[in-house]
Design a protein. Structure first.
Length: 631
């Protein structure tokens, strides 16, 4: 049947991009692994069903497009890795990337040989292709499952680096099986080492130069940093491939690692930009590559194909993790989860599609069967491990504890003051703001900062807001504060959300309460005035202890924290050793400790109010004693 108007490569790429983003949006709403929906959408839109996405129309451009997309994805993966965290688990990570890769390659080869009945050459190609796991599927799963940091570090690092290693090994293996027998294995090992070594050096130098350019202000014009970085990453990828074929994937990974671990003035903006590009490219690639596979080829694999997938999941991977974690301080529970989670991603799919064509050109048979089996591995591992990962993590006890610390939205002076008080009482604090100057101030005070728009889901997820015990929203915009507070309650199910509101704003205290939030600082206040006073040093944070005995009819005492608005500003309350921001539900009790900012020009009025309401100044030592005293 002739399909006029639906045969162009431009339409195929456009539909793949749009379908990829729609699929990932649906996956987030359904809280499913994105790749599960993407593979299904790719099959539906491909020639087997609706026949509107036709990867074959792209010709050689498909591999070019895949290469550029993979370069961006792995650069972003490198950006997210932290050297300090990698060092703590370096032994296990190094073993997984070397001995583990060899075990997987051998195990995959033997599975294909014995279960599928393939010849050794085709089986070896399959073994090299399933080495990879990949950040395209591992990282989103870890964000959803939320395992402990050490397990997450090992899996993320393995996913990023094994993609580069596996891709190089696979290409060299293809060259080896296509060459005369005497030349195959003598040169292949050295070729792998040479390509990876060149990629590490070339990418490290390129990443260092890029980081230096981004570190010096005004070298790259403001507003052009993101696209400047993107263009240099793609150039680095192709230059590396031009000098040493297939080394580009390792080069961009190393460049991302270097740039991500050097302090630049655009680090957070760059990371956010690359994350968005990665989401776009992952969606497009999975739709295109899934559409390129015929369902009949997958069905023809039959029971041997399913057994091959199961052998990788239940035999090869556990052996891999057991050997590579031997002698480490990982617990058996952590090793068990590492053994379970090893889904394959976009690099395996991309290289398998390349091999399907290359094998035919070499006069070998089985190229399409190889691609189909790799896609079966991808679909099987993602479905099984993605859908059960949370349950397995819970059963093994490796899920990250929830309700840890505070997310403070607003790195201004008021938010900074609350953050310092919370940290002084051993609470974990992460700041969220899109003001670079404010972010730099709190970063210099050794706080963790997530730069980005707090109205965007991506920013809140990077701050792991869903893991926090509470959220303090202390920005200068009442409307933004109100929306963020609503989302923290509705979307992330936080039980304690404190929202600041100004006295003259359109948002009222009643609106805050109706959203199931608490009014930060007790009542609406002049936020900008007190932020300015703290910035100029005309207000000082002081400690006070409530010494009045429990209320009685003759002496009821204050009913709330409502001091004169221009005199002092209540920030945080310590009760029975536990600190929290002052809010509209607080009523003073004996032995409470209050932290408040006091205006230096009205110290006399402040002292009179404190004395009249049962508060006395508490020096540092006295505060420490009263904060732990029973109420």
């Amino acid at each position: 049947m002739e399909h006029h108007g639906f045969t162009g490569p431009a339409l195929t790429v456009a539909l793949a991009m749009a379908a990829g983003m729609l699929a990932q949006s649906v996956a987030r709403h359904l809280k499913l692994p994105g790749i599960v929906i993407l593979l299904g959408v790719g099959v539906l839109l491909g020639p087997d069903v609706f026949d509107v996405v036709r990867p074959e129309t792209l010709g050689p451009a498909l591999q070019l497009l895949v290469g550029f997309a993979v370069a961006v994805i792995l650069f972003e993966g490198g950006l997210s890795l932290r050297v300090k965290r990698l060092r703590r688990e370096a032994r296990t990570i190094r073993a997984l990337l070397t001995v583990g890769a060899l075990i997987t390659a051998v195990g995959g080869t033997l599975s294909a040989r014995w279960l599928m009945g393939w010849d050794w050459r085709l089986a070896a190609l399959f073994g090299s292709l399933v080495i990879v796991t990949g950040p395209t599927v591992v990282t989103p799963l870890l964000r959803r499952i939320k395992v402990t940091h050490r397990v997450s570090t090992v899996l993320e690092a393995e996913g990023v680096f094994i993609d580069a290693i596996g891709a190089v090994v696979a290409v060299v293996t293809l060259q080896a099986v296509a060459s005369p027998m005497g030349e195959r294995f003598g040169v292949a090992f050295l070729d792998v080492i040479a390509k990876l070594g060149f990629g590490v050096v070339f990418g490290g130098v390129g990443g260092l130069l890029l980081a230096l350019l981004l570190r010096i202000k005004r070298v790259v014009p403001e507003g052009l940093e993101n696209v400047f970085t993107l263009s240099l990453v793609l150039a680095l990828f192709q230059l590396s491939n031009a000098v040493s074929p297939e080394s580009g994937i390792m080069s961009v990974t190393m460049a991302g690692l270097v740039v991500g671990n050097m302090r630049t003035h655009v680090a957070d903006e760059l990371r956010e930009f690359k994350e968005q590009l990665t989401v776009l490219f992952i969606g497009m690639l999975f739709v295109l590559l899934a559409a390129d596979v015929r369902l009949v080829e997958v069905r023809n694999l039959g029971v041997p194909g399913l057994l091959t997938v199961l052998s990788l999941m239940f035999i090869v991977r556990p052996i891999n993790v057991a050997v590579c974690s031997w002698g480490s301080d990982l617990t058996w529970r952590e090793r068990g989860f590492l053994a379970w989670l090893s889904p394959r991603g976009v690099v395996a799919a991309a290289v398998a599609s390349l091999f399907a064509q290359s094998i035919s050109e070499l006069g070998m048979s089985g190229g399409h069967e190889l691609r189909a089996l790799v896609f079966l591995v991808i679909a099987g591992t993602v479905l099984a491990q993605g859908l059960t990962g949370g349950v397995v993590a819970w059963a093994l006890g490796v899920k990250r504890p929830a309700h840890l610390g505070y997310a403070v939205v607003g790195a201004n002076e008021l938010g900074h003051a609350i953050g310092k008080l919370l940290r002084r009482h051993k609470e974990e604090v992460v700041f969220i703001d899109n003001n670079p100057d404010a972010c730099h101030v709190v970063e210099r005070d050794a706080f963790r900062v997530v730069y980005g728009n707090p109205l965007e889901e991506r920013t809140l997820q990077r701050a792991r807001i869903e893991d926090r015990a509470a959220c303090v929203v202390a920005g200068m915009s009442d409307e933004i504060n109100f929306i963020v507070g609503q989302r923290a309650v509705a979307d992330y199910r936080l039980r304690h959300v404190y929202v600041a509101v100004s006295r003259a704003g359109a948002v009222t205290a009643d609106m805050i309460r109706e959203a199931d939030c608490s009014v930060l600082f007790g009542v609406p206040r002049d936020l900008e005035l007190w932020s300015l006073r703290l910035r100029r040093g005309t207000a000082e944070v002081q400690r006070f202890c409530h010494t009045r005995p429990p209320a009685d009819p003759a002496n009821p005492g204050p009913k709330s924290f409502d001091p004169p608005p221009g005199v002092l500003f209540p920030l945080a309350l310590v009760r029975r050793g536990k600190i929290r921001p002052v809010n509209d539900a607080d009523v003073p009790r004996a032995n409470d400790v209050l932290y408040a900012a006091v205006f230096e020009d009205r110290l006399t009025e402040a002292a009179a109010w404190f004395e009249g309401n049962g508060w006395t100044a508490a020096p540092e030592e006295e505060a420490a004693a009263t904060e732990t005293a029973p109420a």
